[in-house]
Design a protein around this ligand. Structure first.
Ligand SMILES: NC(=O)c1ccc[n+]([C@@H]2O[C@H](COP(=O)([O-])OP(=O)(O)OC[C@H]3O[C@@H](n4cnc5c(N)ncnc54)[C@H](O)[C@@H]3O)[C@@H](O)[C@H]2O)c1
Ligand SMILES: O=c1ccn([C@@H]2O[C@H](COP(=O)(O)OP(=O)(O)O[C@H]3O[C@H](CO)[C@H](O)[C@H](O)[C@H]3O)[C@@H](O)[C@H]2O)c(=O)[nH]1
Length: 326
């Protein structure tokens, strides 16, 4: 039986997809350098290889030894402010390392690839551009977004030149945890709003800062399209199946198409946790667009994707449950 290579499979989103693939009866090989990933979050059934996606020789060997038919590429660095301070880290680990991975795929004839891209490729869309479609101009405003967009360009060009097809998934705000409690967001210094709120509700942080209360939104705070990680994991299975059917390459937004303000998220965490934690109003965080909502029509129409967890309280509940058990 051929296998699926999951890079970054010890990380937050990759581990959810790895569990989903195993549930689907797939043979899974995980390549992760454990820089932010957690060994325990991977499914026991997967083969784990401790290594780097930028290690061309290792990846070539791995692709051949495990008869890999498709690659799902999650590995990378994801902290936007860090990318501003240390851009070359991001161009090396996100862009250059992916170049090596793609090179290994071309050398071994692996022609199916699913890539974790991001809404950060859109930068700061104007109010008229919302919700953003895949045709909204890409204009990243930080090295993180640029490093991912450059990878999308590599994918496009490799597709033109070789027997290679891909699905690039532009995730919006991923949140929540596996409802079965097998994995969740484990990065200790995570900056994501729902993770930070959950930790504050559970007393692991003293207070929560709202970054900016003077935006032109319904309550002055930023609006984001939060997608449950389990719904997102399902998209990856659908993308893989499309590639297996021989369908063409594509880029797809992954979000629900509606959003919540920071204050609405905080209210949900307080409601679900039944803890009235301290909240302070802080200045705007650099580079935050006021509103980011996905137009996910293409995803729904092309893959028949139906979210099963489009509910803020459920997202929050699973995030809290994960935080409590770790
Ligand atoms: N979390 C989000 O909200 C979000 C939003 C948009 C896009 N994404 C993208 O999704 C992907 C996964 O993000 P995540 O939230 O699961 O992050 P994460 O940090 O939890 O996972 C990344 C994983 O990749 C591994 N890794 C990093 N560099 C590696 C390398 N060179 N070789 C091997 N392994 C390496 C890490 O150890 C970790 O296990 C990333 O590519 C990210 O850009 C995430
Ligand atoms: O302690 C916090 C944390 C966040 N926020 C606010 O909550 C919103 C969401 O912030 P997150 O950090 O959770 O998420 P981002 O929208 O900044 O970024 C996410 O989506 C991006 C795509 O646009 C990238 O993919 C990135 O990796 C991913 O974290 C923002 O308005 C932010 O200012 C707070 O007010 N307080």
């Amino acid at each position: 039986m051929s296998s699926i290579l999951v890079t970054g499979g010890a990380g937050y989103i990759g581990s959810h997809v790895a569990h989903e693939l195993v549930d689907d009866g797939r043979q899974v090989v995980i390549l992760d350098n454990l820089s932010t990933g957690v060994r325990e979050n991977m499914p026991d059934e997967a083969t784990f290889v401790h290594g780097d996606v930028g290690d061309y020789e290792l990846v070539v060997r791995l692709l051949a030894e495990h008869d890999v038919a498709a690659v799902m590429h999650f590995a990378g660095n994801i902290v936007v402010p860090e990318s501003v301070e240390n851009p070359l880290k991001y161009y090396r680990n996100n862009t250059a390392a992916t170049r090596e991975l793609l090179s290994a795929c071309v050398a071994t004839g692996v022609g199916q690839f699913v890539f974790s891209s991001t809404a950060a490729v859109y930068g700061m869309p104007s109010a008229e551009e919302l919700p953003v479609t895949e045709e909204t101009p890409t204009a990243p405003i930080n090295p993180y977004g640029a490093s991912k967009l450059m990878t999308e360009w590599m994918l496009r060009d490799v597709d033109h030149a070789h027997d290679f097809r891909y699905v690039a998934l532009r995730y919006f705000n991923v949140a929540g945890a596996d409802p079965k409690g097998r994995t969740g967001q484990s990065t200790p210094q995570a900056t994501h709003l729902i993770k930070v709120c959950s930790q504050t509700a559970l007393g692991m942080r003293d207070e929560l800062s709202i970054f900016g209360t003077d935006y032109e939104t319904r309550d002055g705070t930023c609006i984001r399209d939060y997608i449950h990680v389990t719904d997102l994991a399902r998209v990856h299975i659908l993308a893989l199946e499309a590639l297996e059917r021989g369908e063409e390459s594509r880029v797809l937004n992954c979000g629900y198409g509606h959003g919540y303000t920071v204050r609405e998220v905080i209210d949900a965490v307080k409601r679900v946790s039944e803890v009235d934690f301290d909240v302070v109003e802080a200045p705007r965080r650099a580079g935050d667009p006021p509103e980011l909502i996905a137009d996910s029509t293409k995803l729904r129409e092309q893959f028949g994707w139906q979210p099963a967890h489009d509910d803020l309280d459920e997202i929050v509940r699973t995030a809290l449950e994960w935080e409590e058990q770790t």
